[in-house]
Ligand binder design. Sequence first.
Ligand SMILES: [Zn+2]
Length: 84
Amino acid sequence: MSVPELTCAEFVEEITAYLDGTLPKDVAVAAEEHLAGCPGCRAAVAQWRTVINLTGRLTEDDVTNADPLATDRLMTTFRRLRRR
Ligand SMILES: [Zn+2]
């Protein structure tokens, strides 16, 4: 089975679904593969898991209060999701 490679930008686009456990299985596998080789995205996931554990869910306020390095990418993702 070949696993599609995710870029960081692609992973971030899927991060909320990844954390919700709602990714399609092949994408989830690709996400795990990406995390295995990408400390930056591992850190982002750990950060979001902490936020979710604290709040029980992911909200835009959480994004606003998050690490500024991650906030721009995540806000872009949220805006894109909202337009769907
Ligand atoms: Zn990455």
